[in-house]
Design a protein around this ligand. Structure first.
Ligand code: YH5
Length: 277
């Protein structure tokens, strides 16, 4: 499987690592109102050197309780960073947004992949994403970020998530998007209890039945914290175990904060392919 990202083809016959680059004000060490562009681009280059092929640039926090931002604010955060990354390395830049205006501005600035935790359900997002002709990751989320962890509820979480993603894939195709440009993601932690997350991880192979690449984001998330009873800065080893399981159950793209350790873990899994017995 390959993913056509305009200036680059992503080869999905081996695992691809997506490095996370948050450009929300609270994610930068200087604590200033705007993230420092040079600092963000340097972090992106470091992740690329460590083996990331995709850099996921996000200017909206989707953590429970985070304040909403308007599209102008989000654009002013992400566009300078995308331009700086594009000018200094050839990784594929992913824009983590749900807003059509931000998708448009980010792709114009050099992003070649859209990562939408709302799976193009915001008004206008489907049409704009279709017109931009870049790959899109469709993620499952139950509810809205502010309240999604209040009372997550499913008949059968794996079947429900698969049905949702299937419906979104159909909507995208009806809007004129090429099926070959779609990626799906169960959305770990987005309106899910620990039990829901574990059921999704253990049955991840069922999502590969769409014949589309599966992206997984578990890095440092609360499910790792809950299993291990560890704070967010102590979740690396647990996250590596989850990344390893994800790959063995069919994931193609792993979204992570910790690129170098994740690349090593995934290389160990990939080594099994050389013996096939
Ligand atoms: C995802 O799974 N997640 S943002 C809380 C944490 C640690 C990490 C409490 N965007 C995903 O990364 N996009 C996010 O510790 C995503 N898939 C895709 N496609 C949440 C996040 C995080 C939240």
């Amino acid at each position: 499987m390959q993913l056509n990202c305009g200036h680059r083809l992503l080869d999905l016959s081996r695992p691809v690592v997506m490095g996370i680059l948050n450009v929300t004000p609270d994610s930068f060490s200087d604590g200033g109102a705007y993230p420092d562009t040079a600092q963000a681009a340097a972090r992106a280059r470091q992740m690329v050197e460590e083996g990331a092929e995709l850099i996921d640039v996000g200017g909206e926090s989707t953590r429970p309780g985070a304040a909403a931002v308007d599209s102008e604010t989000e654009i002013s955060r992400v566009v300078p960073v995308i331009e700086a990354i594009r000018a200094s390395c050839d990784a594929v830049i992913s824009i983590d947004t749900s807003k059509p205006e931000v998708m448009q501005a980010a792709v114009a600035a050099g992003a070649a992949f859209i990562n939408d935790v709302r799976a193009l359900r915001e008004p206008g997002a489907l049409e704009v994403a279709a017109s931009l002709e870049v790959p899109v990751c469709l993620m499952h989320m139950q509810g809205q970020p502010r309240t999604m962890q209040d009372a997550p509820d499913y008949d059968d979480v794996v079947t429900d998530v698969a049905a949702f993603l299937g419906e979104r894939v159909e909507s995208c195709c009806r809007a004129g998007m090429a099926r070959e440009r779609l990626v799906i993601d169960p959305g770990f932690g987005f309106g899910k209890t620990l039990r829901h997350n574990l059921l999704l991880l253990n049955n991840l192979h069922r999502l590969t039945e769409f014949g589309l690449p599966v992206l997984v984001g578990i890095s440092r998330k609360s499910m790792i914290g809950a299993i291990l009873d560890r704070a967010v800065d102590q979740r690396l080893y647990g996250s590596l175990a989850a990344a390893t399981i994800s790959l063995m159950k069919g994931a193609s793209i792993i979204r992570t904060h910790d690129v170098a350790p994740t690349v090593d873990a995934l290389r160990v899994v990939t080594a099994l392919g050389a013996v096939r017995k």
